[in-house]
Design a binder for this molecule. Sequence first.
Ligand code: PLP
Length: 435
Amino acid sequence: MSNLFYQGRGRKPVLDQARGLYMWDTDGKRYLDGSSGAMVCNIGHSDPDVLAAMRRQMEKSTFGYRLHFETEASEKLAARLAGLMPEHLTRVFFVSGGSEAVESGMKMARQHALATGQGSRWKVISRQPSYHGCTLGALAVTGYAALTDPFEPMMRMMPRVPAPRAYLDGLDPDDEATGHHYADMLEQRILEEGPETVLAFILEPVGGASTGALVPPKGYMERIREICDRHGVLLILDEVMTGAGRTGTFLGAEHWDLRPDIVVMSKGLGAGYVPLGAMIVDERLVEPVLDAGGFAHGFTYAGNPLACAAGLAVVDVIENKGLCANAATMGGTLIARLHGLMQKHEIIGDVRGKGLLTAFEFMSDRDAKTPLPRELNAYQRFVDIAYQRGLIVYSRRTHDGYSGDHILVCPPLIATEDHLDEIIDGLDASLDQFA
Ligand code: PLP
């Protein structure tokens, strides 16, 4: 019995060591980390360069409160991140995780509205399903009823539009008309709400745990940007999972040349070494807020020098090892291999993803797109089987409107073809056992 509690009961194996893509528990059992934890460990475990950078920083200073000091680590990381963003995103605000980053993005948008005489704007439209975090503000834009329902009386839920699930609606994701069809639902919603009340639209460029690596259809992102511009609505891009190379480019936005007003990122930036997140904002939004008295928001650990030094070393590793390009190449191979599994295993109804953010979805009838019955608890059963076999994958049951079980396969971006072979073999054997 442990004094810890997270989700449910039962004690998990105790982690002893982790290196690269592998982890060992205290009984000496080895696991292949096929989900980078929760799509976090983008550069793999225990990279010596990151450990050395952390040690160097710890020997200099471990904390400087952001209202008392700038630190070399936070200034350097801010400059480095700004250099990796679309040109107009120049101002960086550090936090310690994804939910904090999302909260910051929404509060930044609101304070900009207040500072520019647009106080009537407060609604942040989001998508259903979606996941933006577990704090109450981030939950208010999360489209995931099982997580939001218990807390609804404690927060002000925000308006939703459907996520563009073309594969379920039988629409061609490569046809621009499909992208426009879903994007236009945003415009309709803005008009229904009253454009003067709408502050921002928040979305994940490629869906994560909520939709299982859902990639937007052609034309969607471009149209979304046009619609936001037309109605003075800010575009907040939640790159918490997709950022730091996961989809094959440093930001997911790059696939569509998208120009968000605010980007939030976290997971792959600290890469599991430290709790770290960042909000990166268009200069034009920041200046009026600073002129109006400053950004009334901030967390004690923001800009922590150890976290920033680690983040800087993580970005170095991503660049020096060419991990964005590797994620793109290995992601293509992984998708092809997952399609191979789909041919063999009837139960796989869809395969999708971008870079090394990939997923497959279980269906009882592939043509009719029928999900497995909820009582089967298929996602949990499958993940447990794989885990017993020493393969870690990540899974969720998608809620709201459509309930499918998807399995995310998202190894660290340092994965090689040999690692992919091992993952596919593990999935194949687990699917045989699951059937
Ligand atoms: N946004 C997205 C897209 C995420 O995937 C997550 C976490 O899974 C979050 C926000 C919340 O991040 P955190 O768990 O670090 O608070």
